[in-house]
Structure formats: structure tokens, C-alpha cells
Design a protein around this ligand. Structure first.
Ligand code: ADP
Ligand code: MG
Length: 345
């Protein structure tokens, strides 16, 4: 074969390739959209979907909105209002920062973005049909905040569409995302409607009792009756939350929620520390349940490890591991008669 000429990828193709990393399925779209709402300071987020999100995902918030002039740019790749410099990336307070999500989703769906900042009189809208962005804005009706509507995900990338599973499976993934987000921000109201049916409707939960009610609603009511409250702080590390009693375990690791500085995180160091702490009190093959929040200085953790931002890297892994292990081990030891660890053999 003769050597083909080198060309720069068109923006559309570059976005579609990037979408492969960020947008796997409807659930990943919802995750990105909700993160944007939270970054915009929303106190209420309403999610509406059809056919497990395959046909429609609509996420509405009451956050800061996007200015009319910024609307077309918000759908371009590497367009972000959150990070202007490397220094800012290191002290990141927002969930988003790569400026990729909207461009990626827009390149593989029919996307409509409607927004109104509070100080702008009217709402405006941009649309993409999976093509290179149409920078035309048109007037629209919307209260303060933003709505992103995503229709027909992967309509123009049949190979990706083939990987979508049944409506039920996609819905389950998507609901899981909402659960995590709702657990990460008790102060925000969330709702989820699927095929015109209300699945979740959560008011802001400020007191511990309200938070426990939200957890019971999202997970299982029994979890609250079978868990211990954790609230510890040492050497700049702070951990709060709820851990299930060893008697309330599961066969699958499907009730495990760990948040680092407000982000949902899956991490080997954390998983290992928790597993070790439960090791002597759980039957072999059983999985603990927990909802835990770790806070540490942002300089101690790198969030820019992977496009989906599920992973983090701790500067001092040992410190984090030992803190988690010792605190959880200690807490679990308290529930044994006499406060002593009495391992199940
Ligand atoms: P990132 O979140 O990494 O900045 P995105 O592609 O997700 O990248 O979003 C691009 C930009 O669009 C954001 O930086 C923000 O300025 C704007 N934006 C997106 N969604 C919203 C929203 N719901 N409310 C306000 N601004 C938004
Ligand atoms: Mg984002």
C-alpha cells in the first residue's frame, strides 16, 4: 500500500474519537452533564430520560447559566471556563476541567443547549446534529439556568451504538450515576424521571437525619439501621460517613460509595484499606457496604489521571491507606462485645 498523506483530523472526527474515552453509554453522558450543573452552582437538578437514555436525556439545572456569546464555544473541544492555567488545574475546585464533555457528546448525538444566566434577559439556544458545530444561536424560553438535551446517542456512530445494551441495563447504569451524584451532594435537590415516571425525587438534605433518609431512599432502608457513623480527623485527613455492620454484608460490591473531596472515586488504595479493615469481621466472599467521604487538601491528590475522572492519585498513598484502615478497623472493633475484635472464623 502506498503511503497516505498526513492530514489533521477534522474537529468533528477528533471529537468523535475523544468521545470514545468520555462517552461510553447514556450513563456517562448523564454523569458529565450533572457534573456541569454542580460546577455551575446548581441547587436543583432534574433529569428526564426515555428508553434508558438512549432516545433522550434531558438535564436541567438552576445554575449560573452560559452567556449567549459563550454558547457556541461551550460545545467546542478544549473549551472550558474552569481552568485557565496549570496552577488552577493543581488547585482544582471544579468537577470538570478538560473542556471535552459537551464537545464529545455533541459529536455523537443531537444536542440542544439552552441557557439563561440570571443577569441576561432572555434565554438562547444552540444545537448540534453531530456535525461540526453550528454556531448559530437562536432565542429560546428558559428560566435562570441551563438545559442540555441529548437525543439519539450514537445515531451517527453505528459501531458504538451496537455496544449499547437493553433499555433496562442502560437505565440501571444511569440510575447508579444519579445515586452517586445525589450521595455526593446532599445540599442539592435531584429528580429522575424515566419514560414519564418519577423514579427519584430528592429534596436537599441538610441535617444528619435528612441525609440518612436520602441514603435509605437511594440504597436500602436497612442500611441505615445496620451501620455506624464515622466522623474522624487526623493529620489533615478527614473522613465522615456510614459503614455497614459486618452482619449487613452483600454478596456483591454494589453498595460501596467512596468520595474524595466530593468526587466519586474508585481507587485501589482505598479499596485495599477498606477490605483489610473488614477482613477479620466479614465472612469470606462477603462485601461490606459503606458511604464514606474523605476530605484532604487538594494538593495531596491528583484528579487529572483519566478522562472519566473516576481515578485519583494520592501524593502520600501510605498515609491515606493507613488512615482509612486504622479508623475503620477501630470503628468496627467497637461493635464487638467488650469493644474487642472477635474475628469470625
Ligand atoms: P468542562 O466541564 O471540563 O469545562 P464541558 O465540555 O463539560 O467542559 O463544558 C464546557 C463549558 O460549558 C464549561 O466549562 C462551562 O463553562 C459551560 N457549561 C457546561 N454545562 C454548563 C451548565 N450546566 N451550566 C453552566 N455552564 C455550563
Ligand atoms: Mg464538564
Amino acid at each position: 500500500m502506498s503511503q497516505r498523506a498526513i492530514q489533521i483530523l477534522s474537529p468533528r472526527l477528533a471529537n468523535q474519537i475523544a468521545a470514545g474515552e468520555v462517552v461510553e453509554r447514556p450513563a456517562s453522558v448523564v454523569k458529565e452533564l450533572i457534573e456541569n450543573c454542580l460546577d455551575a452552582g446548581a441547587t436543583r437538578i432534574d433529569v428526564e430520560i426515555e428508553q434508558g437514555g438512549i432516545k433522550l436525556i434531558r438535564v436541567r439545572d438552576n445554575g449560573s447559566g452560559i452567556r449567549k456569546d459563550d454558547l457556541p464555544l461551550s460545545l467546542s473541544r478544549h473549551a472550558t471556563s474552569k481552568v485557565y492555567s496549570l496552577d488552577e488545574l493543581e488547585a482544582l475546585g471544579s468537577l470538570g476541567f478538560r473542556g471535552e464533555a459537551l464537545a464529545s457528546v455533541a459529536s455523537v448525538s443531537r444536542l440542544t443547549l439552552t441557557s439563561k444566566p440570571a443577569d441576561q434577559e432572555n434565554a438562547w439556544q444552540v444545537q448540534s446534529q453531530g456535525r461540526d458545530m453550528d454556531s448559530e444561536v437562536s432565542p429560546a424560553a428558559h428560566t435562570d439556568g441551563t438545559t442540555v438535551e441529548v437525543r439519539d446517542l450514537f445515531f451517527n456512530t453505528p459501531a458504538r451504538r451496537k455496544f449499547l445494551r437493553t433499555e433496562k441495563t442502560e437505565f440501571n447504569h444511569l440510575e447508579e450515576v444519579i445515586k452517586r451524584q445525589a450521595l455526593s451532594r446532599f445540599d442539592v435537590a435531584f429528580s429522575l424521571r424515566h419514560n414519564n415516571k418519577t423514579i427519584h425525587s430528592l429534596r436537599p438534605a441538610h441535617s444528619t437525619a435528612e441525609q440518612q433518609r436520602r441514603i435509605a431512599q437511594l440504597l436500602k432502608p436497612e442500611f441505615m439501621q445496620n451501620s455506624l457513623i464515622i466522623d474522624v480527623e487526623r493529620a489533615g485527613l478527614k473522613m465522615q460517613g456510614w459503614v455497614g455492620l459486618p452482619t449487613f454484608s452483600r454478596s456483591m460490591a454494589d453498595m460501596q460509595y467512596f468520595f474524595v473531596n466530593g468526587r466519586v472515586v474508585r481507587d485501589k488504595v482505598i479499596a485495599h484499606a477498606v477490605k483489610q479493615a473488614y477482613r477479620d469481621v466479614l465472612y469470606h466472599g462477603r462485601q461490606p457496604c459503606f458511604v464514606l467521604y474523605l476530605e484532604l487538601d487538594s494538593s495531596g491528590v491528583d484528579v487529572n489521571v483519566h478522562p472519566t475522572k473516576h481515578e485519583v492519585r494520592f501524593r502520600d498513598q501510605r498515609l491515606v491507606h493507613d488512615f482509612l484502615f486504622s479508623q475503620l478497623h477501630h470503628a468496627l472493633a467497637q461493635v464487638r462485645p467488650g469493644g474487642e475484635l472477635n474475628p469470625i472464623q
